[in-house]
Design a protein around this ligand. Sequence first.
Ligand code: AMP
Ligand code: FE
Ligand code: FE
Ligand code: ZN
Length: 272
Amino acid sequence: MQKRVDLHVHTNFSDGTFSPKEVLSYASKIGLSCIAICDHDVIDGIPPAITLSETYNVEVIPGIELTAEKQGCEIHILGFYINWQDGQFQKKLAQLCRQRIKRMQDMLDKFKALGMPLNMDEVTGIDKEGSIGRLHLARALHKKGYTQTVDEAFKKYIANGKPCYSSKINLTPEEAIAEIIKVKGVPVLAHPAVMGKDDFISSYVKHGLMGIEVYHSDHNPLMTARYEKMAKDLGLLMTGGSDCHGLGKARILMGTTTVSYELVERLKNARR
Ligand code: AMP
Ligand code: FE
Ligand code: FE
Ligand code: ZN
């Protein structure tokens, strides 16, 4: 039987709803042989996932998804096989999480001004100093009855460019790539179709980008074909994953976008 792999999974240390144990248990239940834990700007889900890897017989790749911004565009950079134990890297992530809290406060102020008050406590995840993001906020808005759905919270208020969006992100994609390289990770551009700025890609390659997330739950077949070709033309690695957020999205996505184990071997060979 072919080994299937999901190279983009979140835990509740960022904006997923599954604990590392629930992630591993679900991965094992659906027959995945390997997953990459790629939380937004935080590594805390990695050690417990690695500890449980043997019990559930699911290989765990330590990863990250760094949020960056360029010309008002959000750009996510994945890092695979990062040395997550690096102290400087952990300090940098703590700084990014502090910025996330400030950005959340900024967004909460905007909601307050619109007559939709929410406290920080209502939006924080399991760790008050951890990685807090718009999916937490969207879920809180929905729970409070301010919106009918989580999706509506994004569409009406907090998607990029909407009235309560805050763009306080102080990392450029080039810096994100450099941070990943510093901890010997393989930097890969996440869900390029969601970012929608293909003309940036070749400049990232000059800065050390090594791959593109060609396969993603938000990519349709046309998009996938476009990025497969781009990866081939630019000599980049191809990765793929579901971007599962547990029950945070409309359904559990884990395993809905998978790649073959051969891509993992290529990633391993690309490690520094
Ligand atoms: P942040 O890290 O705070 O910028 O928030 C990004 C998160 O919001 C990612 O997990 C995205 O997948 C999620 N997101 C963006 N748009 C939507 C949407 N329309 N519905 C649900 N989640 C979304
Ligand atoms: Fe997320
Ligand atoms: Fe992302
Ligand atoms: Zn993600």
